[in-house]
Design a protein around this ligand. Structure first.
Ligand SMILES: [Zn+2]
Ligand SMILES: [Zn+2]
Ligand SMILES: [Zn+2]
Length: 136
């Protein structure tokens, strides 16, 4: 599904900046620092960009993955809606290339979480990502 359809599906008006944000976020598990988002989307006004980002967080499209050195990393949500936000996953930061990604425990590590209700986990796992392991 491409960006305009994703927006339409969720009942959000299709605007240039919303489409551009979704497209800039690219691959779903990869988080993007705000500074880079600003660079990629420099044709848009900074205030508009920030406000649009807040709307998209509120509507369950994007979540905050990590805050580090005054920069905030954002990633696409996997199953959030404007009413239900589900962020019970860990974020992984590669110490080689600094990429940040979402780690969904159940799928990727085979760990099953007992029937408790976790709302947010703020753990950042650090190590070497699969790409860097290949090149080392
Ligand atoms: Zn979310
Ligand atoms: Zn890496
Ligand atoms: Zn995440």
């Amino acid at each position: 599904m491409d960006a305009p359809d994703i927006l339409k599906n969720r009942g959000l008006k299709v605007t240039k900046i919303r489409v551009a944000i979704l497209e800039a976020m690219g691959e779903s598990r990869q988080a993007l620092p705000y500074s880079e988002l600003q660079k990629k989307l420099s044709i848009f006004d900074r205030t508009t960009l920030y406000r649009t980002l807040l709307v998209m967080i509120d509507k369950g499209f994007i979540h905050k993955a990590l805050e580090e050195n005054g920069d905030t990393y954002y990633a696409l949500c996997s199953s959030c809606t404007s009413k239900v936000h589900n962020h019970n996953h860990v974020h992984f930061k590669c110490k080689e290339c600094s990429s940040v990604q979402c780690l969904y425990l159940q799928n990727e590590i085979g760990l099953s979480i007992p029937e408790i209700s976790i709302e947010t986990i703020e753990i950042t796992a650090k190590g070497t990502c699969s790409l860097c392991r290949l090149t080392n």
